[in-house]
Ligand binder design. Structure first.
Ligand SMILES: Nc1ncnc2c1ncn2[C@@H]1O[C@H](COP(=O)(O)OP(=O)(O)O)[C@@H](O)[C@H]1O
Ligand SMILES: [Mg+2]
Length: 282
C-alpha cells in the first residue's frame, strides 16, 4: 500500500518550546487515520504543517511524495481541508459560499447541488452562513472540503461541540468518502470518535507520539483496566478483576442472590491514555 502522508522527525517550536517533538509516522492510502490527544497536544499544529500552512523547524513531511514546504497547485487540487470553519463567508449564502470556492478552484458549479444534498444542506442553500446553527456550519465546512473531490481530506476536530445526530451524519459522510477510496486524516480529542471510525490512531501527548496502532489493538494492550463492576442488593459497589481470579467471589454472590447489577468495563483508548500519561483526554 502506498503512503499518502509521510512525516519524519517533524519538529515545531514556539518560542523555543517544542510543540511537536521529532514525530514520525506514515498514513497509508485509503484509511481513516486519527490523531487523538487532549487540548494543547499539538494536533492543529501538525495539520497546519501537513497542509503547508506552517513551516516546521526540523524534519520533513511529504504528501503524495512531495515536500509539504513546496506543494504546488497540482497537489492542492488533491487535498480537501476542514479546519476551524475557515474559508466561510458569513454574509454569503450556503450556495454562494460553495460557488465562490468553485470559481476560485475552477470547479464546475454544477457539482454544488449534489454536494449540498449529500450533506443535508440543499434546503438551506439560500441561508446566509451567519444564520446557520453550529452543526450546519460544520456540515458546510465539510461540503467545502469535499468539493474538489480530493484524494486526501484533512479534518481538524470535525465534530467538536456538535450534537450526537450531527456527529453521526458527519461520520456517515466520512465513511462514504472512505468507501470511495479517499484517505482521511482527522484530529479529535474524543476517544469514542477515534474508536468508532478510525482504522489507525496516534495518541499525541505534549508533541510526542506515545502510542499508535489500530484502536482495538491499543485497547487490548492496556487490558489491565478490564474490571467487573458489581452492585449488590444492599447497594454496595465492588470492583473485581475480570478474570478467573474473581470466579469464586462472583459465584458466592450469585449463590446468595445478592447481585443487583454486574458490568464489565472493557479497556478503552481513554484508559490506555490514562495509563500512559496519568491524565485524562478531555
Ligand atoms: N502560533 C502559536 N504561537 C505560540 N504558541 C502556539 C501557537 N499555536 C499553538 N501554540 C501552542 O502550541 C501548543 C499546541 O497547540 P495546538 O497545536 O493548537 O494543540 P491542539 O490542536 O492539540 O489543541 C499549545 O500549547 C499552544 O498554546
Ligand atoms: Mg486544535
Amino acid at each position: 500500500m502506498n503512503a499518502c502522508i509521510t512525516a519524519s522527525r517533524l519538529t515545531v517550536r514556539f518560542s523555543g518550546n517544542p510543540v511537536l517533538d521529532h514525530i514520525s509516522f506514515e498514513v497509508p492510502e485509503g484509511m481513516i487515520f486519527g490523531l487523538l490527544g487532549p487540548s494543547g497536544a499539538g494536533k492543529t499544529t501538525l495539520i497546519k504543517v501537513l497542509t503547508g500552512q506552517l513551516c516546521q523547524d526540523e524534519g520533513k513531511a511529504c504528501l503524495f511524495g512531495k515536500d509539504t514546504r513546496s506543494l504546488t497547485a497540482r497537489e492542492h487540487k488533491k487535498i480537501g481541508a476542514m479546519l476551524d470553519n475557515y474559508g466561510l463567508y458569513q454574509r454569503l449564502s450556503v450556495y454562494e459560499n460553495l460557488a465562490f470556492y468553485a470559481d476560485i478552484y475552477r470547479i464546475s458549479r454544477r457539482v454544488i447541488p449534489d454536494i449540498l444534498k449529500s450533506i443535508g444542506l440543499y434546503e438551506s442553500r439560500k441561508t446566509p452562513v451567519s444564520k446557520l446553527s453550529k452543526g450546519m456550519t460544520s456540515r458546510l465546512s465539510l461540503a467545502r472540503a469535499l468539493m474538489n473531490n480530493g484524494k486526501l481530506l484533512f479534518l481538524d476536530e470535525p465534530t467538536s461541540g456538535l450534537d450526537p445526530v450531527t456527529t453521526k451524519e458527519i461520520h456517515d459522510v466520512l465513511l462514504a468518502q472512505k468507501r470511495k477510496g479517499t484517505t482521511i486524516f482527522l484530529t479529535t480529542h474524543n476517544m469514542f470518535e477515534a474508536e468508532s471510525i478510525c482504522d489507525h490512531v496516534i495518541l499525541l501527548h505534549r508533541g510526542n507520539i506515545i502510542e499508535q496502532g489500530r484502536p482495538a489493538d491499543i485497547c487490548g494492550k492496556y487490558d489491565r483496566q478490564n474490571k467487573l463492576r458489581i452492585t449488590l442488593t444492599d447497594g454496595t459497589e465492588l470492583t473485581l478483576d475480570n478474570n478467573s481470579t474473581s470466579a469464586a467471589a462472583v459465584g458466592e454472590y450469585l449463590e446468595q442472590n445478592r447481585i443487583r447489577a454486574i458490568h464489565s468495563s472493557e479497556p478503552t483508548l481513554e484508559t490506555a491514555f490514562i495509563e500512559l500519561t496519568g491524565k485524562e483526554l478531555e
